[in-house]
Design a protein around this ligand. Structure first.
Ligand code: ADP
Ligand code: MG
Ligand code: MG
Length: 882
């Protein structure tokens, strides 16, 4: 079989569509070659080799050696140099590349093919000894670190002590002879660490590097990243072997990274950074301060270092042309890497660029308006969950703030929290419920867990494309990078700036949209959801079939949800209206009452408040449908606990505390979630539901008099049999008749049920004879289907996920196979009885995009979710319908 695919010289065996086989980097190198862009030639060893490698005890398929040799020969032919040749050596880079980009996860080795002999050939042919030895020392350092696993600091110490001895401060001050001395030191380090010399055989170098790339697929950093991003280990990585081009050959050389549009704002402007006379990762490593590509970029950031547009205008023009060509071809914003060797431009990578949600929206809307993509594609481009980022708070402009430093606005949103200096500490404190700001000189892949745990990230070194910036944008964390005035001392756990000392645990606020760092807590405000957001949501709404409602019972939640585009209330949990400190006494009084008369007396106190709740809600929802669930939670939850509470209740009910205590004991349940709750309460004490129904109808009449039509949808919880529903529906119908009589107003309403017990799902055909709508209460349905208590699952769910029993937490993402089958069955059987039955979902799953997708496939009429997830559900529902 074919394990190796070549590219270069204006053609390639691969294509962009072959990402699964060639990895993202390899597929796009092939695509750029096919486009005729200047790509150094090379070849890609496929991801199938990686899979084969791990399936076969870390061996390679037999044909691989010959195919690699042939690939190398082809590269030699194009370049006109020979791998390992003493006079005219070909050098290559060995680069990893998985299907999904995994920034910084796997390390690239540059300048491979150098040894004590070929370095002399390189020096002679380039006429530049310094360049040759600089490249060789980079190679030993990278290869030593990545492949031979010799710790970084050994190499750094040698370089530092050499600089100290010679009184040199910058790498650029070192001459060829300096590098030769450093190289000898490096080789000694390797010899000492490994007990054998640095490999001089170029074939051994090459296969060592290939093995290291495949090996790195299973290193801890890669495993962590995959876990966070749900990338299966089975995908594997490809290896790219590519002829080197040199950005470190002098001042007409450079290396850089760029985005075809601004990744923070989405503005259609070239955005990037470069370094003259540098190689590879120098730009992102934060060792030297990178320069801007464009004059506009330089000015916007107040830098006096010349932009590439100024220092290398011809090359910049070429690069700008490549930018337009790539965007037109890929029809998406690209993140590119390039190198300039003696004024000639080479493209080393392109991929769809990571961006903030605000940028994603702007780019999608702009590209649709530019005609690059259509509106459906624009809607598809936005990850629904990412909208969450836009709902993040920004700093209140009126709030006082003490700015202590300014860095780069690397990832937007304001964050406030305790200062921590290590990723582990960030994780530890956040698990204890603290918001933290992770403060680092710079970040590396080892810090990812801490970045994930932090509310915000602050670094003192590195640009807009530094590791911290890229990862924070991807995670939606706010980030300020390169705040150079701050000095972090990890040892003492103190950060200083202009005489100000900030210790671990102190509170700071960062604004990732401006780059400002502030002392203390600065108040924040919610963003306006207009502009591109509104445009894109408008397009999404056109493609959407399902309605999106919200779960809300307070006026604040209802208003927020309407602002976010909710088209009704799918779940109003009346018990939340009962927990109010003022009402709870009356509620408890009702619960502990021993007679119907006692209960009615207590209910009479609650009724006017309950009516007012509904009046307010109906007014806010202004004619949109409102589904109200009658009292659901276990009686148990309302019981008075302390002596004080019992005393209060006794007084209110005009009885003695002894009786209250006795009654509370009587009502105590061993398993309340499966106990006296939901419609079972209504069966035992119909007067409770009667009061609630009356409050609903009277509220509807009152609001109706003001000219608003309300058609309340009354929902009975925890129904398992048609009989339960029938008994309670009769109570509701009777009350409706009474209110109609007394008010003289016609009342329209629906009575339906939650489907949250497996029996209800199975008997849906029968239940639909009485129910005018079903709402899938998938929180309880998940609980009752799995027999897993949602309140107790946290103690063992992680084990289940680790053991691969659950891919996702079933309380977050609907178990479409089991719980989902019950939903499908109920939907189908319900429709058979009542073809126009309204079907909705009101569990947490209503705001989870994967679950929303399932709801669309089952043909539900609407999903209902918490107010802040309404925009997410709207977009997810549109994508599901597309
Ligand atoms: P990553 O996946 O971490 O971005 P890359 O494989 O893209 O790693 O390599 C990092 C950098 O190394 C590139 O951006 C480029 O600057 C440099 N590089 C890689 N291959 C070559 C090459 N053949 N010639 C010159 N520079 C290279
Ligand atoms: Mg890297
Ligand atoms: Mg790269």
């Amino acid at each position: 079989s074919k394990w190796v695919y070549s590219f270069g010289d204006g053609k390639a065996e691969g294509r962009a569509e072959m990402k699964n086989l060639l990895g993202g980097k390899g597929a796009n190198l092939a695509e750029m070659s096919n486009l005729g862009l200047p790509v150094p030639p090379g070849f890609t060893i496929t991801t199938e080799v990686c899979t084969w490698f791990y399936d076969n005890g870390r061996q390679y398929p037999a044909e691989l050696k010959d195919q690699v040799a042939a690939g190398l020969t082809a590269v030699e032919g194009i370049i006109g140099a020979t791998f390992g040749d003493a006079d005219n050596p070909l050098l290559v880079s060995v680069r990893s590349g998985a299907r999904a980009s995994m920034p910084g996860m796997m390390d690239t080795v540059l300048n491979l093919g150098l040894n004590d002999i070929t370095v002399r050939g390189l020096a002679k042919r380039s006429g530049d000894e310094r360049f040759a030895y600089d490249s060789y020392r980079r190679f030993i350092q990278m290869y030593g670190n990545v492949v031979l696993d010799v710790d970084h600091h050994h190499f750094e110490e040698i370089l530092d002590s050499h600089k100290r001895d010679r009184g040199l401060s910058y790498d650029t001050d070192l001459e060829a002879s300096d590098w030769q001395a450093v190289i000898e030191g490096y080789k000694d380090v390797v010899q000492e660490a490994l007990g054998r010399p640095f490999p001089q055989d170029v074939q051994e170098q090459l296969w060592g590097a290939i093995g290291a790339v495949f090996g790195s697929w299973m290193n801890q950093r890669a495993i962590t990243y995959r876990k966070l991003h749900e990338i299966p280990a089975s995908w594997g990585t490809a290896v790219n072997v590519q002829a080197m081009v040199f950005g470190n050959m002098g001042n007409d050389c450079a290396t850089g990274v760029a985005f075809t549009r601004n990744p923070s704002t989405g503005e259609n402007a070239f955005y990037g950074e470069y370094l003259i006379n540098a190689q590879g990762e120098d730009v992102v490593a934060g060792i030297r301060t990178p320069q801007h590509l464009t004059i506009a970029g330089r000015q916007a950031n107040g830098s006096d270092l010349p932009a590439m547009e100024e220092s290398m205008p011809e090359v910049f023009q070429q690069l700008d042309a490549v930018r337009l060509k790539l965007e037109r071809h890929y029809r998406d914003m690209q993140d590119i890497e390039f190198t300039v060797q003696q004024k000639k431009l080479y493209m080393l990578q392109t991929r769809n660029g990571k961006r903030t949600t605000a940028a994603a929206l702007k780019i999608a809307v702009d590209m649709a308006q530019e005609g690059l993509i259509d509106e459906a594609e624009a809607v598809r481009r936005i990850e629904p969950k990412s909208l969450d980022q836009l709902l993040h708070p920004t700093l209140d402009p009126k709030a006082e703030r003490k700015i202590i430093a300014k860095g780069l606005p690397a990832s937007p949103g304001a964050a406030c929290g305790k200062v921590v200096f290590s990723a582990d500490e960030a994780e530890r404190l956040s698990q204890m419920g603290d918001a933290v700001i992770l403060c680092r000189v710079e970040t590396s892949p080892e810090d990812i867990h801490g970045m994930h745990a932090a509310a915000g990230i602050l670094t003192t070194r590195g640009g807009m494309t530094s590791h911290a910036a890229v990862v924070a944008r991807g995670m939606g964390r706010s980030c300020v990078s390169g705040a150079g005035e701050l000095r972090i001392d990890y040892k003492t756990g103190v950060m200083t700036v202009r005489g100000e000392k900030i210790a671990a645990g102190d509170i700071i606020t960062i604004d990732g949209s401006t780059g400002e760092v502030m002392l203390g807590h600065v108040p924040t405000i919610q963003p306006e959801l207009s502009g591109d957001f509104a445009t894109l949501m408008g397009w999404a709404d056109r493609f959407r079939r399902m309605k999106v409602r919200t779960n809300a019972e307070t006026p604040l939640d209802a208003r927020t949800a309407v602002k976010f585009g909710a088209e009704g209330i799918g779940l109003c949990r009346t018990e939340h209206m009962f927990f109010d400190t003022e009402r709870i006494i009356a509620v408890r009084e009702m619960i502990v009452a021993e007679t119907e008369a006692g209960r009615r007396a207590a209910l009479a106190k609650i009724a006017p408040m309950q009516r007012q709740d509904f009046v307010e809600l109906f007014r806010i929802m202004a004619g949109l449908p409102v589904t109200i669930r009658l009292l659901d939670p276990p009686l148990h939850e309302f019981l008075p606990n302390s002596e004080e509470e019992m005393d209060e209740v006794a007084k209110a009910a005009g009885t003695d505390i002894q009786r209250v205590r006795h009654r509370a004991l009587q009502l105590h349940e061993a398993n309340p979630m499966l106990g006296h709750r939901g419609c079972r309460l209504g069966i035992s004490y119909p007067e409770i539901y009667e009061m609630q129904a009356r409050a609903i109808f009277e509220a509807a009449v009152e609001v109706g008099k003001a000219g608003q039509t309300v058609i309340p949808e009354i929902m009975i919880p925890l129904v398992g049999t048609k009989k339960e529903l029938d008994i309670l529906k009769a109570v509701i119908d009777r009350v409706a008749g009474e209110v109609k009589q007394s008010s003289g107003v016609q009342i329209d309403y629906l009575v339906g049920t939650m489907i949250e017990l497996p029996r209800a799902a199975l008997r849906a055909a029968e239940i639909a004879q009485s129910a005018e709508f079903f709402s899938f209460g998938t929180n309880d349905l998940t609980q009752t289907t799995f027999g897993i208590s949602r309140d107790d699952a946290a103690s063992f769910l992680p084990d289940y996920q680790r053991a691969g029993i659950f891919e996702h937490d079933p309380f977050v993402t609907l178990d479409t196979e089991g719980v989902g089958e019950l939903v499908s069955i109920a939907a189908e059987r319900g429709r058979k009885t009542r073809p126009d039955i309204k079907l909705g979902i009101c569990g947490e799953h209503g705001g989870d995009p994967a679950s929303v997708y399932f709801c669309e496939k089952v043909g539900l009429s609407y999903v209902s979710c918490s107010p802040y997830r309404v925009p997410i559900a709207r977009l997810a529902a549109a994508q599901a319908a597309l």
